[in-house]
Design a protein around this ligand. Structure first.
Ligand code: SF4
Length: 343
């Protein structure tokens, strides 16, 4: 298993102590050596994060974990991956160079954990009542809660909560193999785990501080053998020398490892090609000045994004080629594959 995340400092807001999960996390850190424990209100957090340059602020923020609460009775819709999204955490320990959080989390992108699970679960129940039908909820659109699960235990609580809901379905996606504590939960198949996978080249060059290529595939095999509905997100799919060979290797290994476990239900695939915005490009070049990311606008096509920004995607020829090639890799290997979208 890959090395588990440990922050340099953990900051508890006053409200976090009102909830069981907040107290549990506090107890956890009192027995861990070498982590500064701070109590501070939300508007003072940034004062505790050192750094002069943009890069220093970024690195120190990723080493800072804030334990807090989240209010709000209305959940955002989360198309195409689910009906709604909710957050147990925002951000993650990863330093993926292309991550869209580069532009949405400001110059100090510290990690947050929301411990008012009782309130969050109430909100989820109300949204199911509104729809009165099977309703899906994405828990990882603003971060990667699995990366922090050894500290929080909150995904385990959430899987158990969803197992009690006739009409609620949980969806989680992760780039981490921190899944062992979740394997024996009676999930009743109400949680679909998707593992975010990619070629060796993409993981090695752009997905720093995440679990490696083989570790993620092993984690997927464990999750499948624990009976969870499983899926894969292949994102961002990149077009580079040897991309065909490397994505073939990826699908071959997924097929072999998941098949070996005798898994037969639907395996979902979500496919997202690499894209970037002008704003993201400037953040990325500041934080990763030697990046090998291909961000040459002249080789791309502009597409209007749902957050009101233009993004650069591959030209139609390249995009169609990627789509056809990856779809064939999947359908040739998984008779039970369901490709949910390519974007
Ligand atoms: S693991 Fe996911 S959320 Fe974390 S930096 Fe990478 S892409 Fe972003």
């Amino acid at each position: 298993m890959s090395k588990q995340y440990m922050p340099q400092r953990v900051i508890f807001t006053p409200a976090s102590f009102e909830y069981d999960a907040g107290k549990r996390i506090y107890d956890y850190f009192t027995s861990v050596k070498g982590v500064d424990i701070v109590r501070a209100s939300m508007n003072k957090i940034k004062e505790y994060i050192p750094g002069e340059s943009g890069k220093e602020k970024y690195i120190n923020s990723k080493r800072t974990l804030v334990i807090t609460t989240k209010t709000g009775a209305k959940l955002d819709v989360c198309k195409p991956s689910a009906d709604y999204q909710f957050s147990l955490v925002t951000n993650c320990p990863g330093h993926c160079e292309y991550c869209y959080l580069q532009t949405t989390q400001g110059e100090k992108p510290f990690l947050r954990v929301y411990v008012n699970l009782e309130d969050i679960f109430d909100t989820i129940k109300k949204h199911i009542e509104l729809k009165n039908d099977i309703t899906t909820f994405e828990a990882a659109s603003l971060g990667d809660p699995i990366a922090l699960e050894h500290i929080t235990g909150c995904i385990a609580d959430t899987i158990r909560f969803f197992s009690t809901l006739d009409k609620g379905r949980l969806r989680i996606v992760t780039k981490y193999d921190n899944v062992d504590s979740l394997l024996s939960i009676n999930h009743k198949k109400h949680t679909r785990f998707r593992v975010s996978v990619n070629s060796r080249y993409v993981i090695k060059n752009f997905e720093h501080n995440t679990s490696g290529f083989d570790e993620r595939i092993d984690a997927a095999a464990k999750i499948a053998s624990a009976g969870y509905p499983i899926g894969f997100i292949i994102a961002p799919i990149m077009h580079y020398d040897k991309w065909e060979n490397e994505y073939t290797e990826l699908l071959d290994l997924l097929n072999r490892k998941v098949r070996l476990k005798g898994y037969s239900p639907d395996i979902t695939f979500e496919l997202i090609q690499h894209r970037f915005t002008e704003t993201a490009k400037s953040f990325i070049l500041e934080r990763f000045p030697n990046t090998k990311l291909d961000m040459d606008e002249n080789k791309r096509k502009l597409k209007w994004g749902k957050f009101g920004r233009f993004k650069y995607v591959y030209t139609k020829d390249i995009s169609d080629n990627i789509k056809a090639f990856i779809q064939k890799l999947i359908y040739d290997r998984f008779s039970n594959a369901k490709i949910e979208y390519y974007t």
